[in-house]
Design a protein around this ligand. Structure first.
Ligand SMILES: NC(=O)c1ccc[n+]([C@@H]2O[C@H](COP(=O)([O-])OP(=O)(O)OC[C@H]3O[C@@H](n4cnc5c(N)ncnc54)[C@H](O)[C@@H]3O)[C@@H](O)[C@H]2O)c1
Ligand SMILES: O=C(O)C[C@H](O)C(=O)O
Length: 333
């Protein structure tokens, strides 16, 4: 069997981590033959809860889990890690937008970027889940200059899963029969869920989602609206933000980064923009990507309608505003 790798989950005493840790430790991300040392990082007031999580992980009797390292010190939490799930941050409450969390959460990602820079492996893969995820990922990378920027990403996989699920339900097919639905831009209510490249398997044949559905008004209206507002709908119903589905999406994101995407299939990830699709450079923007040998590559030359371009511009504008706000928060500290 392989040597164990170290994987950190921050916010380890929180609600997303409660599902996420189990899925990772079961081998659902790094494989059933990859032993793990799990680092659990949280803040001092949560030490008691963290102890309970450690007890439960032990009581799960998981064959791949070689060791658990609970800590409140980022320099211990990030030491020698190969993969980092940055979940720890304040969640929004009903009536808030995710960017309302910016001033509180962005400082966490500065400290964690600095710690990753000092002690993590230089090829560490970092997934930012804590909101506002895109801008937090940007900040984290900026404070970790010795780690390549390509190793930082923000999670829009939950939006992709939501969007794919809406399409599968509408067409009455299993979720595995829908692929290549794209999330562009920010993990916020300006994101652009785009089914124009989507494919669906019907009667053993892959067809375009648009043709199979024959309902453009839905794809440019209710579909987009439902996905953009799904996080808020879950909060309104649960009085807490999504957790089980967020944990599953974090596993999907890291799984595909680690293992690659199948030929012809792409997934959406928030990554540093190179200006593709007229997006602003140097913000963390969600694009369709293909992954090989643990390296993602933006899928280029997809056709974007003028309707779509308007949506892309809107979410790009918000990301630039968030970036400026984050810089001014960090400057004033
Ligand atoms: N990108 C996405 O799709 C997505 C989906 C769901 C939730 N989220 C976001 O994920 C974050 C976590 O959500 P949750 O429901 O698990 O929240 P939660 O409040 O249940 O847990 C957050 C945990 O983070 C810890 N924490 C706070 N500051 C920390 C720090 N500096 N270092 C380490 N840990 C710290 C808290 O003590 C707490 O245990 C929120 O910001 C939420 O909005 C993102
Ligand atoms: O909506 C939220 O605040 C939580 C999360 O980002 C989500 O999309 O469910």
């Amino acid at each position: 069997m392989a040597e164990p790798i170290r994987v950190v989950v921050t916010g380890a005493a929180g609600q997303i981590a409660y599902s996420l840790l189990y899925m990772i430790a079961r081998g659902e991300v790094f494989g059933k033959d990859q032993p793990l040392i799990l680092h659990l990082l949280d803040i001092p007031p949560m030490v008691g809860v963290l102890e309970g999580v450690v007890m439960e992980l032990s009581d799960c009797a998981l064959p791949l889990l070689r060791k658990v390292v609970p800590t409140t010190d980022p320099l211990v939490g990030f030491k020698d890690v190969s993969a980092a799930f940055l979940v720890g941050a304040m969640p929004r409450k009903e009536g808030m937008e995710r960017k309302d969390l910016l001033s509180a959460n962005v400082k966490i990602f500065k400290v964690q970027g600095e710690a990753l820079d000092k002690v993590a492996k230089k090829d560490v893969k970092v997934l930012v889940v804590g909101n506002p995820a895109n801008t937090n990922a940007l900040v984290c990378a900026n404070y970790a200059p010795s780690i390549p920027r390509e190793n930082f990403s923000a999670m829009t996989r939950l939006d992709q899963n939501r969007a794919s699920s809406q399409i599968a339900n509408k067409l009455g097919v299993p979720i595995t029969h829908v692929s290549n639905i794209i999330i562009w831009g920010n993990h916020s209510s300006t994101q652009y869920p785009d089914a124009s490249q989507g494919k669906v398997l019907i009667n053993n044949e892959w067809k375009s989602v648009a043709d199979a559905l024959g309902d453009n008004a839905y794809l440019e209206g209710q579909f987009i609206d439902t996905v953009q507002k799904r996080g808020a709908a879950v909060i309104a119903a649960r009085k807490m933000s999504s957790a089980m589905s967020a944990a599953k999406a974090a596993c999907d994101h890291m799984h595909d980064w680690w293992n690659g995407t199948a030929p012809g299939k792409f997934v959406s990830m928030g990554v540093f923009s190179d200006g593709s699709y007229n997006s602003p450079k140097d913000v963390v923007f969600s694009f369709p990507v293909e992954i090989k040998n643990k390296q993602w590559k933006i899928v280029e030359n997809l056709s974007v309608s003028s309707f779509g371009q308007t949506k892309l511009d809107l979410t790009a504008k918000e990301l630039q505003e968030e970036k400026n706000e984050a810089l001014s928060v960090l400057d004033s500290n």
